[in-house]
Design a protein around this ligand. Sequence first.
Ligand SMILES: Cc1cc2nc3c(=O)[nH]c(=O)nc-3n(C[C@H](O)[C@H](O)[C@H](O)COP(=O)(O)O)c2cc1C
Length: 196
Amino acid sequence: MSLVLDQQAQDLLFRSARTANAFTDEPVTDEQVRAIYDLVKYAPTSLNMQPLRVVLVRSDQARTQLVERMADGNKGKTSTAPLTAILAADTDFHDDLHRTFPHAPGARDWFGDDAARTETARFNAALQVGYFILGVRAAGLAAGPMTGFDAEGINKDFFADGAHRVLAVVNIGKPGENAWFDRNPRLDYDEVVTTA
Ligand SMILES: Cc1cc2nc3c(=O)[nH]c(=O)nc-3n(C[C@H](O)[C@H](O)[C@H](O)COP(=O)(O)O)c2cc1C
């Protein structure tokens, strides 16, 4: 019999998992984030490219700078979360392809067009953002992903090389008091899935 994720694990990742808007003070350690990454790195992307880059916002200065760039409704929770991570796409991901996709030595050259390379970086890093959120949940923590921010400002403040594009800012921790907004409905299977 093939292995299937049990109901409890499915709940942890999907059915019971919620987007957290408030957190306890319990710290999230670098070791926990390393364990999350060491799972998430195995999830698939196109050509095994790995454009996701993660900045852990730990210093007071960096947090203040980030909070200033967040939309008003996201400022409070971002200033109090035990850990906030900036998730970005590295548009120079193709420089790593000789290591991550070694059986195609010419792969780097497939990405000479800047606009197409940036779109590919964003798409695959966005997949990795989704994997990262599930990785946070798999570690028994809650994630609060956000895209309400001044992206240009974050790119300027946190990625001086101009080659990165922020995709999401994610608060991470144990859910605190009143952590949840109301659960909103999901589309039904028949609205989403057709058979051709
Ligand atoms: C990519 C992304 C961006 C989001 N941006 C914001 C945001 O800027 N502010 C916010 O309060 N919630 C944000 N959310 C939270 C979503 O509204 C929330 O995950 C969704 O409604 C599902 O909520 P639930 O997990 O509690 O069911 C974002 C979620 C994702 C995945």
